[in-house]
Design a protein around this ligand. Structure first.
Ligand SMILES: [Zn+2]
Length: 251
C-alpha cells in the first residue's frame, strides 16, 4: 500500500509516467488518450504543499500540472501574509496551478445563488493575489446538499462536476486513508483517465509515521510557529518563556 511519504509519492508519479499517463489539468484533460489530473487540497499547511510541488518538479521537470486548491477562509493560514504568498509563488514556480478551495461552513449560505456569489468573491481575491485568473474550485468537506446539486459556476470549473467522477477514475487519500489501492489502479492501467486527490498535510520526509504521530507533529510544529511569530512581535520573548520549553514537548 502506498505510504504517506514524499518518496512514495515520487514513486507514484514515476509509475504514472511509465504507464503512459500524461499530466493534465481540469481544462485540458481530454487532450490526450491517457491522462491524469493531480488534485491537492491544501487544508492546513502551505509549507507542506510547497514540499509536494518540489517532489513533482523533481520527478516531472516538464510539469506535473497539479492543481493546489487553496483556502481563502481558514483559521490555519493567511494567504495574504508574506510567507504564504512566497509559498504560493513557489508552488507556481514548481509548475503547480492554483485553484480555490471553498469552505461553505464559513458562511451562512441559504441558496445556490448565494453560494455562487461567495465562490465568485473568493475566486476574485485569490486571482488578485496570484496575479492570474483562478479558474477551478473544489469544495472543502462539501455538504450533502452541495454534492447533490451538481452546481455550475460561471467562468470557474467545479471539480465536483459529474464529469470528473463519471468519465474519470477518482481516487482519494481523504482522512489519510486510500479507500482503493491507488498503486494497483495505476499499475493495472485499465483506466485511461485518472483523477487523484491527495492532501499534502499527510506526507512527510523519510519514514512513514502513524496517524497519531503525524497529527502530534503538526500540532507541535504549529505551536513552535506561533512562538516564532510572537518572537517577531514581542521584545525579549525568550526572557519570558524559552523556545526550548515549547520545543521539548516534541517527540
Ligand atoms: Zn479540504
Amino acid at each position: 500500500m502506498m505510504q504517506f511519504t514524499y518518496e512514495s509519492y515520487a514513486v507514484m508519479l514515476r509509475n504514472l509516467r511509465d504507464k503512459g499517463y500524461q499530466f493534465r489539468n481540469y481544462g485540458n484533460w481530454q487532450e490526450a488518450d491517457r491522462t491524469v489530473i493531480l488534485r491537492h487540497d491544501v487544508d492546513n499547511s502551505l509549507q507542506k504543499a510547497v514540499h509536494l510541488s518540489t517532489v513533482e518538479k523533481t520527478i516531472c521537470p516538464e510539469g506535473a500540472h497539479a492543481t493546489y486548491f487553496v483556502l481563502v477562509s481558514t483559521n490555519f493560514y493567511n494567504i495574504h501574509s508574506k510567507s504564504s504568498r512566497e509559498c504560493i509563488h513557489k508552488i507556481m514556480q514548481n509548475g503547480g496551478n492554483i485553484g480555490l478551495h471553498f469552505d461553505e461552513t464559513q458562511y451562512a449560505i441559504s441558496d445556490e445563488q448565494e453560494m455562487k456569489q461567495y465562490v465568485h468573491d473568493e475566486a476574485v481575491i485569490l486571482s488578485d493575489l496570484i496575479g492570474q485568473k483562478v479558474d477551478v474550485v473544489s469544495m472543502h468537506r462539501p455538504s450533502e446538499k452541495f454534492l447533490c446539486s451538481n452546481i455550475s459556476f460561471s467562468g470557474i470549473i467545479n471539480s465536483y462536476e459529474e464529469t470528473y467522477f463519471q468519465k474519470m477514475k477518482y481516487v482519494s487519500d481523504s482522512r489519510r486513508h486510500w479507500r482503493e489501492n491507488v498503486e494497483e489502479i495505476i499499475e493495472s492501467a485499465i483506466y485511461p483517465r485518472l483523477h487523484i486527490l491527495t492532501h499534502p498535510f499527510w506526507y512527510r520526509e523519510g519514514q512513514e509515521w502513524n496517524l497519531h504521530d503525524t497529527l502530534q507533529e503538526a500540532i507541535l510544529t504549529a505551536s513552535l510557529d506561533y512562538y516564532d511569530n510572537l518572537n517577531e512581535n514581542f521584545r525579549d520573548l525568550e526572557g519570558e518563556i524559552a523556545r526550548s520549553e515549547i520545543e521539548r514537548r516534541k517527540v
